[in-house]
Write a protein that binds this ligand. Structure first.
Ligand SMILES: [Zn+2]
Length: 85
């Protein structure tokens, strides 16, 4: 499979702040960014599923409330014997 890496015009590396140093490429499931200056790498899922990652290159997405389960005391009732047959 040939991967075409393309520079993203105007993109600024979130790590080293170099401009026009970000290249993008993708495979079937992810889109990758990499900085040719400092080696920064990032990736995003193409199917848009949320990921605890940094925002995209230029589009700052509104912070979506990710449904994370809060740490709560869970009453863990362990049946001593599991026999429902
Ligand atoms: Zn960089």
């Amino acid at each position: 499979m040939t991967v075409t890496k393309r520079f993203v015009a105007g993109a600024v590396c979130p790590r080293c702040a170099a401009m026009d140093a970000i290249r993008m490429y993708r495979d079937e499931v992810r889109e990758y960014r990499e900085c040719v200056k400092c080696g920064f790498e990032d990736s995003l899922r193409l199917d848009g599923r949320p990921e605890p990652k940094e925002v995209e290159t230029r589009v700052t997405r509104p912070a979506q409330p990710v449904e994370t389960e809060q740490a709560q005391p869970i009453k863990f009732v362990m049946p001593a014997k599991r026999k429902d047959k």
